[in-house]
Design a protein around this ligand. Structure first.
Ligand SMILES: Cc1cc2nc3c(=O)[nH]c(=O)nc-3n(C[C@H](O)[C@H](O)[C@H](O)COP(=O)(O)OP(=O)(O)OC[C@H]3O[C@@H](n4cnc5c(N)ncnc54)[C@H](O)[C@@H]3O)c2cc1C
Length: 455
């Protein structure tokens, strides 16, 4: 038996974007029902409470200028804590090339360092962030879509070549543990310049000396409180499989065969999920192409507990930036004392991440432990696998975050979030001026404004 309900608006997806759209619509007296596929709200914000208070699998750091996120946390009485000290510790990691561990102090004069004179002291993970900051022509983040910057919608590789970098320098600066694409040829420079302009704007808004915050009781407490404060409870475990956008109403079909009629629908999940949802009439033109083609980064986090502080034995930094399977092995400091290492998180990206997707968790964890021990003998027998989250293997996320290839920013970004009949779209991939959690909030706000103009 299928039940038919009627609401002004149905929101598909209870991540920050969908919840912000729902909150803002409700505040204007609109009757909203939020449908969520999973048994929890928050989507790509996921506090792994079983691993420790702030062991986050998704969105963690709240920039000091995330106005919407910070205001929402304040409205719900959620305490934010300054994570500047913990973030500063992230700079203390050594570089691994092959099986060689290179201390930061050794890097400027190391024979494998291909960076130009003047930049040789920068570690690869810093260099790829410093360049788009230093060489950034965007006056403000929202300028990335200004046609005058379209010439920057070229590959990061070509942009870096234009700065005079050698292919060896580009490779080592960009293609190890890249968080957008696998290497610099994959990704649009315009996306990374937008991201850098957003970071710069965040710094300008931050109180002096503050890098950012996190939520004292786990970031998931923010979407949880947003959902809790809605008049109508979020309907959990209700995956949407199809949306008909007819003349009189939109009809949302759930996997349990229930159908819900609404005047408008907000689709607030990633394109990788939208791809598998039947939309009638179908999306067309560049919007359909963008939904099909926009890629999302494969990231898997593997959580490990050190049985002993083995880094004191070999004298290398507790965190390693490797060029092999374990990716970035970061010493996490999620307790109340930032000098205390609570666990290690191995961040695997791209093929290293997807390569583990077919394995059982314990086997995947063991492979990462073995790979760390091969690099660092002091870690042998000292690491215990405690958990894993694969974002590419998560059917409701289909990756960690969206990224644009060369040419795709100008081709897709201006049109891919346009309303389609009675369906409006939001999600971090559709923000025009923000990144990360703030992007999700921004896009949900925009969708609510679009709908209020129509109702
Ligand atoms: C590993 C990682 C680290 C990150 N770190 C940071 C950080 O430090 N700082 C920062 O600002 N940002 C960070 N982010 C990004 C940030 O978490 C996201 O940008 C933001 O949470 C995305 O919110 P969203 O609402 O757009 O999408 P989502 O959170 O993905 O919400 C979409 C929702 O839709 C649901 N859904 C999907 N399909 C269906 C369906 N068919 N029917 C019903 N519901 C469905 C999903 O279950 C989900 O709840 C990180 C993300 C990841 C993955």
């Amino acid at each position: 038996m299928s039940a038919a309900f009627s609401h002004d608006v149905v929101v598909v997806g209870a991540g920050l974007a969908g919840l912000n759209a729902a909150t803002r619509l409700e505040a204007e007296g609109v009757d909203v029902l939020v449908l969520e596929a999973q048994a929890r709200v928050g989507g790509r914000i996921h506090s792994m409470r079983r691993l420790g208070r702030n062991a986050e699998a998704g969105g963690t750091y709240i920039g000091a200028g995330y106005k919407r996120v910070i205001a929402t946390a304040a409205r719900h009485g959620i305490r934010l804590i300054d994570v500047t000290r913990a973030l500063e510790f992230f700079r203390e990691q050594d570089l691994v090339l092959g099986t060689e561990i290179i201390r930061q102090a050794e890097w400027p004069d190391h024979p494998a360092n291909p960076f130009p004179e003047g930049d040789r002291a920068l570690m690869p993970w810093s260099y790829r962030r410093v360049l788009p900051m230093r060489e950034n022509p965007l006056g403000s983040p929202d300028e990335w879509l200004d046609p005058k910057h379209a010439y920057l919608d070229i590959s990061m590789r070509d942009w870096m070549r234009g700065l005079g970098l050698s292919d060896a320098a580009i490779d080592i600066a960009y293609s190890r543990n890249s968080t957008f694409g696998a290497d610099a040829a994959d990704v649009s420079a315009l996306l990374l310049l937008f991201r850098a302009a957003f970071s710069r704007a965040q710094r300008a808004l931050a109180p002096k000396g503050t890098l950012g915050y996190t939520a004292a009781n786990g970031v998931e407490s923010i979407p949880a409180a947003m959902a809790e404060s809605l008049r109508r409870a979020v309907r959990l475990e209700s995956p949407v499989v199809a949306i008909d956008s007819g003349k009189g109403a939109a009809v949302v079909h759930c996997a349990d065969a229930s159908r819900i009629r609404a005047r408008r629908v907000v689709f607030a999940a990633p394109f990788g999920v939208l791809r598998n949802i039947r939309i009638d009439p179908p999306l067309a033109g560049l919007q359909a192409e963008a939904v099909d083609r926009l890629r999302s980064q494969a990231i898997t986090q593997v959580y490990l507990r050190p049985k002993t502080p083995f880094w004191e034995l070999d004298g290398y930094a507790p965190s390693l930036f490797t060029d092999s399977l374990p990716g970035m092995v970061a010493a996490a400091r999620s307790g109340s004392d930032p000098s205390e290492i609570t666990h290690l998180t191995a961040w695997l990206t791209g093929a290293h991440a997807t390569g583990l997707d077919g394995l059982g968790e314990a086997e995947a964890g063991q492979r990462v432990i073995d790979a760390i021990a091969a690099i660092r003998p002091a870690a042998r027998g000292q690491l215990e696998f405690i958990g894993l989250h694969s974002w590419s293997g998560d059917p409701w996320a289909a990756g960690a975050w969206a990224w644009f290839g060369p040419g795709e920013v100008t081709r897709y970004a201006p049109v891919m979030g346009s309303p389609h009949e009675r369906i409006h779209f939001c999600g971090e991939h559709l923000a025009l001026a923000s990144r990360g959690m703030e992007a999700a909030m921004e896009s949900g706000e925009r969708a609510s404004i679009e709908i209020l103009a129509q109702l």
